[in-house]
Design a protein around this ligand. Structure first.
Ligand code: MIC
Ligand code: SF4
Length: 645
């Protein structure tokens, strides 16, 4: 039988194991990327391994999240990242060069390569045909230390694209919003999405990357497009055609599931508060007054997308009641738009131009007004993420955003009375890599500089066989890592300082969580379905671990967060019978015995509810490596032990 793209890439990178769905594959990692909000921890963990050089062929350290410098903290992190990259052999992408995923797509990503990134939107590079997976920072550190990556081979879903988008008003953002509408934020858990069909060749690489980027919101392990003639055109325009290769599924390849989407029938879509899958047609909610529009992010900030916005607004003025921002994804896009006059058109129309960074997407500035309505071309609209707890955030394509910016209310871009031509892909992008600092030839004299905010990584004590824990918090379905460990301008600068950042764990849900956790000493969280969806931030496991959280018992877990829990020695337990969830309350004390035997034998655990005098069963399916990591008390201790032996 023929192979799909995933199987082909896995086969080329396989070190041990199998490549079929359900098997465990240990694969070679070709490239890694980090961003500053997760990167400081990643590099501190790498340093703790005691190696003198990064072991993967390409590592790039980006600065794009923590860009507000209201005191020394973020600036100190930037210098640490620059010096540690130089010391151990990574490229450093300076602040101002752009958002990691977009820069990586333009300048580094390669068809057929494996890429691990300490950010959940790493699959953006799937648009060019990389097998790109978002993981926790420690997982990236481990790959930089030369460890293979362990992947439980997900189910492969073929998304068959037919027809062609009705450009310019219907865009690739509408494709992924439609998939989110159909499948939900849980629909991709344990799956990888492979795009195929006649519609594929009608999409440019940045358009494909919008889709693979936001595949993260489906909960998917990754998303990937074939590498074809369009890929070659893009790489040529980026002066990187030498790394092009063809990559496509065999005609008789096997897929676990199939979905068909007709691009011609698609209409502009919009996600409503507070979840990326709460999607309707734009025209269905037309007329709703809007206070803010933000265009940009790693999902939608390519040259083509933003040039269309500039053209749409050219010679017009944004609505007087709307605050409009744009953050071009990379310096390449910003510089091209500046030289071609689009930036001037945007400025003239009243758009506030921000630097090339994540910015408002992660609450680094531009919080909307109280109870405000904000429409953003981003990928996440979780409650509170914008920085305003009661804001209502909607997600739509850049062009829909532009139409709304003009009208001051939700409007289908086809009905805004503005006609623009379709923007073609440029034959040549402007190449100027002067903000990418390569590692020096001689690394021996480089001094790693650590500012006062950078604290060592806390380690967990060895795993206990018996734990007595208090239920500190019971939450519902689809709890995000933004709920567990919020981001935003106030908290993000503490990413290198676990004792400080841990004060904010769950604080938007229960502002006394920190105090309670300290008092309890050992605790457990109860979760519903898809616990820990969203970002890759390992701080959502590391900080709770620091506060004494020993286990999370939930109905199911999101992939990256489950792995992060294991990497920091927190037990990810699933109810055998999910109705047991109803029978436990906050404040109950639970006893769990024989933890080590259960890990050794991969057996269910009996949990005794001491408060209620009842008991219930929890299960976990662990791979061999996961068991060893848990026994060692976490991934860092596991690696250290392995190196010592
Ligand atoms: C996000 O979009 O939530 C982030 C910020 O990029 C995170 C990473 C982080 O928390 O640092 C992600 O998506 O992984
Ligand atoms: Fe940055 Fe937002 Fe993309 Fe996360 S989702 S990497 S915060 S632009």
């Amino acid at each position: 039988m023929g192979k799909n793209i995933l199987e082909k890439i896995l086969e080329e990178h396989l070190i041990e194991g199998g490549i079929k769905t359900g098997e465990v594959a240990l694969i070679k990692v070709d490239q890694v990327l980090t961003q500053d909000a997760t990167g400081t921890m990643t590099y501190l963990q790498f340093e703790a391994m005691g190696l003198d050089k990064i072991q993967v062929s390409l590592a790039v350290s980006y600065v794009d999240h923590n860009m507000l410098q209201i005191d020394n903290k973020n600036a100190d992190d930037h210098v640490y990242l620059q010096t540690v990259a130089a010391k151990y052999g990574a490229y450093f992408s300076k602040p101002g060069n752009g958002i990691c995923h977009q820069v990586h797509l333009e300048r580094f990503a390669a068809p057929g390569a494996t890429l691990l990134g300490s950010d959940s939107h790493t699959p953006t590079a799937g648009g060019i045909g990389s097998l790109a997976i978002g993981v926790g920072g420690l997982e990236v550190a481990s790959a930089m230390g030369g460890e293979p990556f362990e992947l439980k081979v997900p189910k492969v879903v073929r998304v068959w694209l037919e027809g062609e988008l009705n450009r310019p008003y219907v865009t690739s953002m509408d494709i992924i919003l439609e998939l989110l509408r159909r499948l939900s934020v849980k629909g991709g858990v344990g799956k990888i999405f492979e795009y195929d069909g006649p519609g594929v060749k009608t999409l440019s690489i940045p358009e494909r990357a919008t889709i693979t980027n936001m595949g993260a919101e489906l909960g998917a392990t990754s998303s990937i497009f074939p590498s074809d003639e369009r890929t070659k055109i893009f790489l040529k325009a980026q002066k990187r055609e030498r790394i092009w290769r063809e990559l496509k599924a065999d005609k008789d390849a096997h897929y676990d599931e199939e979905i068909t989407l007709n691009l011609t029938e698609l209409e502009p879509m919009i996600a409503q508060p507070h979840s990326p899958d709460n999607v309707v047609k734009v025209k269905d909610i037309k007329g709703l007054k809007v206070n803010q529009v933000n265009i940009g992010s790693c999902t939608n900030s390519s040259y083509q997308a933003l040039k269309s916005v500039a053209l749409f607004l050219k010679g017009r003025t944004v609505h007087p009641d709307v605050s409009v921002t744009i953050s071009p994804g990379t310096k390449q896009v910003l510089e091209m738009m500046a030289r071609e006059g689009d930036l001037a058109d945007l400025i003239s129309s009243g758009v506030r131009v921000l630097e090339s960074a994540c910015g408002p997407c992660i609450g680094m500035g531009q919080a909307p007004i109280a109870e405000g309505v904000s429409v953003r071309s981003f990928n996440r609209n979780f409650k509170g993420r914008s920085g305003t707890q009661d804001a209502k955030v909607y997600l739509a394509s850049p062009l829909t955003c532009a139409a709304i910016a003009l009208k001051g209310e939700i409007v289908d871009p086809r009905d805004a009375g503005v006609k623009i031509p379709v923007i073609q892909e440029p034959e040549k992008y402007m190449i100027n890599d002067n903000l990418i600092v390569p590692p020096p030839e001689d690394r021996s004299s480089v001094k790693v500089i650590k500012g006062p905010n950078i604290k060592e990584v806390p380690l967990r004590k060895p795993l206990e066989d018996k734990i007595t824990i208090e239920v500190l918090l019971k939450v519902g379905d689809n709890i995000t890592t933004d709920d567990i460990m919020p981001a935003g301008a106030e908290i993000l600068p503490l990413r290198s300082n676990i004792p400080e950042i841990s004060k904010y764990v769950f604080y938007r849900i229960d502002k006394d969580f920190y105090k309670k956790a300290k008092e309890a000493g050992a605790s457990v969280i109860l979760g519903g379905e898809n616990y820990g969806q969203g970002s890759s931030r390992e701080h959502a496991a590391l900080a709770p671990m620091y506060l004494g959280v020993k286990a999370v018992i939930s109905k199911s877990f999101a992939r990256i967060h489950r792995a992060n829990l294991i990497n920091f020695g927190i037990l990810p337990l699933t109810f055998k019978d999910s109705s047991d969830y109803e029978k436990i309350e906050t404040g109950d004390w639970l006893d769990i015995e024989n933890v080590i035997r259960s890990i050794d034998e991969n057996k269910p655990l009996i949990v005794k509810n001491k408060t209620k005098g009842t008991e219930f069963e929890v299960v976990w399916t662990l791979t061999e490596k996961e068991r060893e990591v848990l026994r060692a008390g976490g991934l860092l201790s596991y690696i250290k032990k392995k190196r010592a032996s």
